[in-house]
Design a protein around this ligand. Structure first.
Ligand SMILES: Nc1nc2c(c(=O)[nH]1)N[C@H]1C(S)=C(S)[C@@H](COP(=O)(O)OP(=O)(O)OC[C@H]3O[C@@H](n4cnc5c(=O)[nH]c(N)nc54)[C@H](O)[C@@H]3O)O[C@H]1N2
Ligand SMILES: Nc1nc2c(c(=O)[nH]1)N[C@H]1C(S)=C(S)[C@@H](COP(=O)(O)OP(=O)(O)OC[C@H]3O[C@@H](n4cnc5c(=O)[nH]c(N)nc54)[C@H](O)[C@@H]3O)O[C@H]1N2
Ligand code: SF4
Ligand SMILES: [Mo]
Length: 695
């Protein structure tokens, strides 16, 4: 059982990177002499991946930011005092606001920020800056699954059950998730299960699968409809569950009727027989889970595709039962909490809505301001970045916790928009690709140097602990927000720098909201309680909610909704000029834009430069051999990568990790087509050609 009280040993915290938030124990007190060990925590049970083991390398990064920097008249970034840097930041923002209005200011946050930072950042944007324009990199992450989950279940918590429940599964469908590389310790919960993996590549996860379905990128929606077709025609529907717990099945059944296995095969490339085998595996042996990752979600139709996999899970009677379920594998360290507390363009803390009068009134009361001071919803991540420096767009930006020069789609365009700003402030602990463009750079504390809370992929709220002193000039993100806010004339007490105080305010702001944290305190967490939200203030003490939806879904009628979705395909087709699909994703040793892991020597040594995985026949057609340098070129532009031949890939598809900088950025070729519902870009499919590049 994951929900029991755990004794909290001294010096325990969690890994700085992904949403699994593996428990760790730290020894050593100087940044260059720290070691990390895995703790016996439910999600990782004594294991870590390479990134977790080597996380101390980040504390001692050789080029770690050690002092604030302000761009001088010479155009160079020069060392400054905190007071002058915060003053420069506040003056730069105020200047743009006075000339162009509050919406000319923008904020871009991140899913790696603690709950306290994410909360205070949202408040800072709405009140200290007065802008409606704040969004964050989570829009690029799990926003499609979140939109689909809200529509289906009335509430979005990535996993509505603890990870340890997966240990009972007989079958797990992993659609577009490469868990063996992106959350390796999670694999131990899947050992006993037969895996059905959906991935155009034979990924490390697909290697462990009982069945690997290898669709063309961007055809998963057809695949899911095809699987549903087989479920219906072979009489595998859970009709009692559908009648009792859902609505909307009839319309969807009409759609699925059009996706017989041979038609599905023609569109996806997945053999009709494999579709039938997949459905056999999912239905013949008890507990079954359907999990989605970015592979199926980062598409122009990402929301509809996630919905199609939810439909499948509902048709099999899984969500909200003790014997199965659906979940989205949230990615970033605080990807779950970071999407709940107000850094989204349309959102207030506790999953409240900026457009709902009662929600606005509640939060304005907690913030002690008239409700009229809260702006309305603003631009979403890509739209915000795309508008920077344009006629009507934001002209000054604060970035906290993201590196969009590398991670945003159509990166050449976004880099140019960042460069066109009147004023850019970046808070980071390393000189990231984005920080290098800034007018003011503010050096902040990292994981093992700061207090706070994170909410992991299960909705479990965790304590991050300050176990080391930060290098002397470095301050926390909360200090940054406080420092700028007071210089813009805000009351100092409205921007606490003490994480516990911020958390208490967050808890009050979330009270009665869908992500209710009002029953959670630092004291309860420090006593070792494992608390999953919602955890309301009453009854006191509330035990938290490890499993959602067991009695009812969160819609007013208590029923889950099937979504009537139809396959439409990627934004761009391959053709004579761009004959292959390129998809993008991750490798084990690097994290995201690589700003952090490219600075850890052990990790950089394993994957030092950008590469492209290519089928040998496809490489030969482009005149490329293993180890050659190639250009991967789309209609947006091209990047440079070393060729790695992989005979297990589909010949019509190449794969490029997005972790590298400069000319090695996968996002130089990606397409900025957006999902209309979630604002998710189409990271996972572009039409490209490969060109040999002389060394
Ligand atoms: N090592 C490592 N771990 C990480 C991260 C990291 O950067 N590095 N980041 C964290 C974060 S923020 C996230 S969001 C998660 C992401 O975790 P995952 O979703 O597992 O990661 P990805 O590699 O983006 O995509 C998963 C798989 O989708 C496949 N794929 C590509 N296109 C398609 C398609 O059209 N259809 C299907 N079905 N599959 C496709 C890719 O080949 C890839 O193997 O990982 C987290 N963990
Ligand atoms: N082509 C392609 N592009 C993608 C994806 C893909 O699969 N393919 N995946 C997308 C996904 S899922 C994600 S999540 C994004 C992530 O992309 P990014 O948002 O670029 O993520 P990171 O590299 O984690 O950047 C975080 C930055 O903030 C800093 N940082 C970390 N923690 C803190 C903190 O607490 N405070 C401050 N001030 N700074 C901090 C780090 O040093 C780093 O510079 O990329 C997206 N882009
Ligand atoms: S799986 Fe994620 S949380 Fe665990 S050690 Fe690796 S990066 Fe850290
Ligand atoms: Mo992500």
């Amino acid at each position: 059982m994951p929900d029991t009280r755990q004794p909290v040993a001294a010096r325990r915290t969690h890994c700085p990177y992904c949403a699994l938030q593996c428990g760790t124990r730290i020894s050593g007190t100087r940044a260059d002499a720290v070691t990390v060990e895995p703790a016996d925590f439910p999600v990782n049970r004594g294991r870590l991946c390479q990134k977790g083991w080597t996380a101390p390398g980040l504390l001692a990064a050789p080029d770690r930011l050690a002092a604030p920097l302000v761009r001088g008249r010479s155009g160079r970034l020069l060392t400054a005092t905190w007071d002058s840097a915060l003053q420069a930041a506040a003056e730069g923002l105020a200047r743009v606001r006075d000339a162009h209005g509050a919406d000319a200011l923008a904020v871009f946050g991140g899913g790696g920020l603690t709950n306290e930072k994410a909360y205070l950042l949202g408040k800072f944007a709405r009140l200290a800056l007065g802008t409606s324009n704040i969004d964050y990199n989570g829009r690029f992450c799990m926003s499609s699954a979140a939109a689909a989950g809200n529509a289906a279940f009335g509430l979005d918590r990535g996993l509505p059950f603890p990870v340890t429940d997966l240990s009972r599964a007989r079958t797990v469908l992993l659609a577009g998730a490469n868990v063996a590389e992106t959350m390796p310790p999670l694999m131990q919960h899947l050992h006993q299960a037969r895996l059905v993996v959906v991935d155009p590549r034979r990924s490390a996860t697909a290697h462990r699968a009982a069945l690997h379905l290898q669709p063309a990128p961007g055809t998963d929606l057809a695949l899911a409809l095809g699987m549903l077709h087989v479920v219906i025609t072979e009489g595998r529907l859970d009709t009692a569950y559908i009648g009792r717990r859902t609505t909307g099945f009839e319309a969807l059944a009409g759609r699925a009727a059009g996706w017989w296995p041979e038609r599905t095969e023609a569109v996806t490339g997945v053999p009709a027989a494999d579709l039938r085998t997949a459905v056999d595996l999912l239905t013949q042996s008890g507990d079954c889970y359907v999990l989605t990752g970015r592979g199926v979600e980062q598409h122009r139709q990402g929301t509809a595709t996630a919905a199609a996999f939810i439909n499948l899970a509902l048709a099999l009677g899984l969500p909200g039962t003790p014997s199965g379920g659906y979940g989205c594998l949230t990615g970033q360290g605080n990807g779950q909490g970071g999407r709940e507390h107000g850094q989204k363009s349309d959102q207030l803390p506790g999953y409240r809505s900026l457009s709902d009068p009662a929600d606005r009134a509640h939060v304005a009361r907690v913030w002690r301001v008239p409700v009229g001071r809260l702006p309305g919803p603003g631009l979403r991540a890509y739209e915000l970045l795309d508008a920077l420096g344009e006629e009507q767009g934001p002209r000054a930006l604060l970035v906290m916790g993201s590196n969009p020069v590398v991670s945003a789609p159509h990166a050449a365009r976004i880099t140019a928009r960042l460069a066109a700003l009147d004023f850019l402030v970046v808070a980071d602990f390393v000189p990231s690709d984005t920080a290098r463009l800034a007018d003011v750079v503010l050096p902040v504390t990292q994981w093992a140097e700061e207090e706070g809370t994170m909410t992991n992929l299960e909705g479990r709220v965790l304590r991050r602990r300050a176990l080391l002193d930060p290098p002397p000039p470095v301050r926390s993100d909360l200090h940054v927000l406080h420092g700028i806010a007071v210089r813009l004339g805000e009351p100092p007490e409205h921007y606490p720098t003490e994480p516990r105080k911020v958390f208490e305010e967050l808890a009050a702001a979330s009270e009665g909201g869908r992500a209710d944290y009002s029953g959670i305190t630092y004291d309860r967490l420090d006593a070792g309680e494992s608390l999953f939200w919602p955890c309301p203030a009453t009854p006191d003490p509330h035990p938290g909610t490890p499993r959602l939806f067991l009695d009812r879904f969160a819609h007013p009628d208590g029923r889950a909704r099937f979504a009537d979705v139809e396959h439409d395909g990627p934004a761009e087709d391959t053709g004579a000029a761009y004959p292959v699909h390129a998809t993008t994703g991750r490798v084990l040793t690097h994290y995201q834009s690589g700003a952090q892991t490219r600075r850890v020597p052990e990790l950089a040594a394993v994957a030092p430069e950008a590469f492209v995985e290519v089928h040998p026949d496809t490489a030969a057609r482009s005149g490329l051999a293993d180890g050659d340098l190639a250009r991967v070129v789309s209609a947006r532009g091209g990047m440079t990568a070393r060729v790695r031949l992989d005979p297990t890939l589909r010949p019509d598809t190449v794969f490029v990790p997005f972790h590298f900088s400069g000319d090695g950025r996968a996002n130089l070729f990606t397409h900025p087509a957006l999902d209309p519902l979630s604002g998710m870009p189409e990271f996972k499919v572009s039409a490209v050609r490969l060109e040999p590049l002389p060394e």
